[in-house]
Ligand binder design. Structure first.
Ligand code: GLU
Length: 379
């Protein structure tokens, strides 16, 4: 790629929140089961990052592959319910393997199972995001997989590449590493074209790049290069850089750090500004909050919006919807994702955060809009 010749590949050591996605074939041997030695070596790489202060998240496949071994299911494609049954059995073993491997380095693992809806519906998105954020604050490593047992074909990702990209943007990660059984994106399928070469850097996903991954019409298997480029589109739009690298070697993250072969997909943005752009522009506001002078000053200085500073609200909205914030003079201050629905927000307006439990009957969040969920400045 000529365009990439003057742009350098970033250094993996410079990222502060990293999602590592591990595919089933890396983790599970169809005959021997879990590849414990390989996983142990990856555990070392992850622990080294974690001990440098990096927030580490894992997206791990392998539930179905582990479960089918335990249940002695035949080779070949499984029916949906059979895969779901296999996932139910395998997920227990998978989580345990991760908890043990990370535990050996004094790191606590937390299991998170999500569906497509959890990453798309804003209320559930906010909940999942908050849980991920809290686990990371506690220095635990979230280990995420799709909740295979509850999803039907229509409402499942089916591949963990795109799931990992959604998790990465949801968690505000600045890097996603897809460990795969190929060392990156090639100019053509390397199995069939001996002239195919590895592309080390993709500064922007163009139609040409998409064509290299297999045209939209081609039937590529789940988790193939096409879903990886789809994942790269999601990640880079959310301000997250992405790497595709071969995970079949021992210590694959060390190999990336040593500038081993892989493909980097770059983003021109970062997670914070990409999220603010999304809040400010992509969502249709469902209501308005009218702020007093104190709250106006507070949010302008980077604080969250508390209920006491809201004089009144307009509109009907759900938790997670976008709302407009207006200053006492009526001017638009910005937009944010509201933490309460409109009925609750109306009860809380003008009241102290200390009264939330008495007013709502449960202990709610102190912020009406968290500062991370706000984009200031009128459109
Ligand atoms: N969630 C599936 C599993 O754990 C894997 C999907 C994928 O490999 O992309 O088995």
């Amino acid at each position: 790629m000529n365009a990439s010749s003057d742009i350098k590949r970033p250094d993996i050591a410079n990222f502060r929140r990293v999602v590592v996605k591990v595919g089933s074939s890396l983790l599970v041997d169809p005959v021997k089961g879990l590849k414990a030695e390989w996983l142990d070596a990856l555990g070392h790489d992850l622990a080294a990052m974690h001990h440098r202060g990096v927030d580490v998240l894992v997206v791990s496949s392998g539930a179905i592959a582990m479960g089918r071994g335990v249940l002695n299911l035949p080779r070949g494609p499984l029916k949906l319910e059979e895969s779901q049954a296999a996932a139910a059995v395998g997920q227990i073993a998978l989580s345990r393997a991760w908890a043990e491997v990370l535990g050996r380095h004094g790191i606590t693992a937390g299991q998170i199972l999500v569906t497509l809806g959890d990453t798309e519906e804003r209320q559930r998105y906010l909940n999942a995001r908050a849980t991920l954020g809290r686990l990371l604050e506690m220095k635990a490593v979230p280990v995420v997989n799709e909740n295979d047992t509850v999803a039907t074909n229509e409402i499942r990702y089916g591949d963990n590449d795109r799931l990992a990209a959604r998790v990465a943007t949801m968690a505000g990660a600045d890097l996603l590493v897809l460990l795969s059984d190929i060392d990156g994106l090639y100019t053509a399928p390397p199995q069939s074209d001996p002239r195919a070469t590895l592309i080390p850097l993709v500064p922007r996903i163009t139609a040409e790049i998409e064509a290299m991954a297999g045209g939209a019409a081609s039937e590529l298997s789940r988790g193939g290069m096409r879903t990886k480029v789809e994942a790269a589109k999601i990640a880079t739009a959310g301000g997250t850089h992405m790497i595709i690298a071969d995970g079949r070697v021992m210590n694959p993250l060390q190999r990336i750090a040593a500038e081993g072969p892989c493909t980097w997909f770059l983003t021109g943005s970062n997670p914070v500004s990409a999220r603010k752009t999304w809040i400010a522009g992509a969502l249709e506001p469902k209501g308005t909050l009218f702020l007093d002078e104190g709250a106006t000053q507070a949010i302008r200085s980077g604080k969250s919006l508390l209920s006491a500073g809201v004089k009144r609200i307009e509109g009907v909205f759900e938790r997670g919807d976008a709302v407009v914030m207006r200053a006492p003079d009526g001017g638009e201050l910005g937009r944010g994702l509201i933490g309460y629905d409109s009925t609750e927000a109306a009860l809380l307006a003008g009241r102290s955060s200390r009264d939330i439990e008495t007013l709502l009957g449960y202990e709610g969040r102190a912020e009406l809009i968290h500062r991370d969920d706000m984009a200031l400045g009128a459109l």
